[in-house]
Design a protein around this ligand. Sequence first.
Ligand code: FES
Ligand code: FES
Length: 165
Amino acid sequence: MNHSISLTVNGARRDFVLDDPRVTLLDLLRERLHLTGTKKGCDRGQCGACTILVDGKRINSCLALAISHDGADILTIEGIARGEQLHPVQAAFIAHDGFQCGFCTPGQIMSAIGMMSEAQAGNDPERIRECMSGNLCRCGAYAGIVDAVLDAQAGMDESNQRRSA
Ligand code: FES
Ligand code: FES
């Protein structure tokens, strides 16, 4: 039996007909929309390479059934820059050499953005490590990644303060 769902993906509405209710958000994004920035690492919820934001919250898209998210607002790594202007987290990853293998980095960036909007970590490096612990980096770029998150967070806090002044 076919199932119809609609998602908003990076600001655009997308309609799908699913012939299998078990299709995951990850496979839908990669195979139907060719948004291959979101990576399939372990495919079992252990590495974070597939992290996206669903209604503003970060999730492992390899574990999420697309059908359970009918109507959701999805943000992927392809949707965070504004034209040529990088998202502050992307810029900070470049500045701090947080970009390494390119396989886990999109998930790290999406996780960092989700974590900031959840306002969980503050500026405590240990807390940032804990909040990012669902995202594995096998090459040891963690130091650069934590510095990048701290830097981006400081920049975003500053611009929020300017806006509310
Ligand atoms: S691919 Fe989803 S957590 Fe590893
Ligand atoms: S940045 Fe991907 S394994 Fe380290």
